[in-house]
Write a protein that binds this ligand. Structure first.
Ligand SMILES: C[S@@+](CC[C@H](N)C(=O)[O-])C[C@H]1O[C@@H](n2cnc3c(N)ncnc32)[C@H](O)[C@@H]1O
Length: 474
């Protein structure tokens, strides 16, 4: 571990409770140290590390009582060893240092072990035990309940990723585990499913089982609907099937996907899956946002690989973080190895300009009209190069027209992006549409005040949205 020793102001040192293993400061000890300081006694330097998010500040790793004594006796500068812990856990480091002068109490040792483990679940009982001066067995006892919750949480994530057909090497990378551990946990999946299936057979509803086992509803649906065909799955999920090429819903089904800017109804994804894919097909969603595609794939028995700029490892481990970046030195890259190619792509990009403020700043919604269309063309070419000849794409898009707060008759062309613009770009990239399905957004999202203002001014708003389904042959 690198270190340097120098004089630093006492006022630049803090006691950070997150990495302090004791329950509090013992004022009698501080009093004794204060007397020593007044008597001119010279202490060893105190140990600190730079505060991670506060440049110029240091947090104590050792000698909290002496530091308190320096403060109370008005010492302005002290000699300090500034440590770089090189990734070692600062709480455990501080605990190990505390053992020398005075053992941690039982409460302090237990609390430190639990805090260290919660901050880093890959720490072993032996590592923790060494730092806090307790045996491995004692630490095992301190951590029993935390480990059980963590194991369950991990098993649930592995179940979800496995169910969606994410290969083991990517699961391991995503969950920060090695492949052997993933393999071991996969062996437990049938048992895990049995306990939920038992509750479903006993007549509990999907929502009740999900709540009882802390699973998401789509995961429980994936078990409850196992072996059923698409028709029966729709029935059980309470979705009517639209036979014609106009799909309309007033609301998103809240059981699938998160509240997300530009969220689309799960019913729309389910219709795309039912019409243009088969059970167990692999679906790719390159900009998956709130996760409505992977959730619906679970319920419809399809595999799904999903990517997005936004990384939410805890709530959406199945959405792998990836930036489709046309401006990078290597140009647009493909996120995974050549193994496994999707049967269907469901692509729901953020709409040009409109939602720019809602998304992360690297989002393509912040691009100019020209750059946005150039991105799409390059992206469609990239997709074509990396999928099968038979792969289809369902491209979800909405007309973007600036209605300029004017009556429709006075509106001027101001560079909107409409259906024909998308079709041009798609054709240039070698994708040919077989279906254009109207799937308008619900007009109910406009409140009565807005509608009345639009009516007064003769404004023609936009709710048109399409699912363009494409293949690669003429
Ligand atoms: C319209 S949203 C998808 C919504 C999703 N279908 C749903 O219903 O929840 C578009 C997503 O594209 C992502 N995105 C935008 N630009 C991206 C880029 N260059 N690379 C990766 N993801 C991007 C945004 O983070 C956003 O979540």
């Amino acid at each position: 571990m690198a270190q340097q020793t120098k004089q630093i102001p006492v006022s630049s040192i803090i006691l950070d409770e997150d990495i302090y293993p004791r329950k509090g400061i013992n004022h009698r000890r501080v009093g004794i140290f204060s007397e020593n300081i007044r008597d001119g006694f010279k202490f060893d330097p105190i140990e600190v590390e730079p505060c991670p998010d506060k440049p110029g500040w240091y947090r104590l790793l050792e000698w909290a009582h002496r530091w308190s004594a320096f403060k109370s006796t008005g010492v302005e500068e002290v000699k300090a060893i500034i440590k770089n812990l090189d990734g070692n856990d600062p709480l455990l480091y501080a605990a190990a240092k505390a053992i020398g002068p005075k053992q941690l109490t039982e409460d302090e040792a237990k609390d430190t072990a639990r805090r260290a483990y919660s901050g880093n679940t890959s720490l072993t009982s032996t590592d923790i035990g060494k730092a806090i001066g307790r045996s491995r067995q004692t630490v095992d006892l301190y951590l029993t309940d935390l480990r059980a919750v963590n194991q369950m949480d991990r098993d649930i994530k592995i179940f979800r990723l496995n169910r969606l057909g994410i290969p083991q090497d990517r699961m391991a990378k995503r969950l920060g585990l090695d492949q052997k551990t993933i393999h071991y946990h996969l062996g437990k999946m049938p048992m895990l499913a049995n306990s939920l299936n038992g509750d479903l057979t006993r007549g509990f509803t999907v929502a009740q089982v999900a709540q009882k086992h802390s699973w998401t509803e789509p995961m429980v649906w994936s078990l409850a609907l196992e072996g059923k065909n698409d028709h029966d799955r729709f029935k059980e999920l309470g979705w009517g099937y639209c036979t014609w090429d106009k799909w309309e819903w007033n609301d998103c089904d809240k059981r699938f996907g998160d509240d997300w800017p530009g969220r689309i109804p799960a019913q729309m994804i389910a219709h795309i899956l039912r019409c243009f894919s088969k059970p167990d097909d692999l679906i790719l969603d390159p900009m998956a946002g709130g996760g409505v595609t992977p959730d619906t794939c679970l319920a419809m028995g399809r595999r799904c690989w999903a990517f997005d700029l936004m990384d939410r490892p805890e709530t959406r481990p199945e959405i792998e973080p990836f930036h489709w970046d046309i401006s990078s030195d290597q140009g647009l890259l493909w996120p995974v190895s050549a193994k496994g190619k999707p049967d269907l792509i469901i692509f729901d990009p953020p709409y040009f300009d409109k939602k720019a403020a809602d998304y992360y700043k690297k989002s393509i919604s912040g691009l100019s009209r020209k750059a946005y269309l150039e991105f799409l063309e390059a992206f469609f070419v990239l997709l074509k190069q990396n999928v099968k000849k038979t792969t289809r794409m369902a491209f979800i898009n909405a007309d973007w027209r600036d209605f300029q707060n004017k009556p429709a008759i006075e509106e001027k062309y101001k560079g909107g992006i409409l259906l024909d613009d998308y079709l041009d770009v798609l054709k240039k990239a070698g994708w040919y549409h077989t279906h254009i399905i109207q799937a308008p957004m619900s007009s109910q999202r406009f409140n009565a005040g807005v509608v009345s203002a639009m009516q007064k001014k003769n404004i023609l708003g936009v709710i048109s949205r399409y699912v363009i389904v494409l293949g690669q042959e003429c």
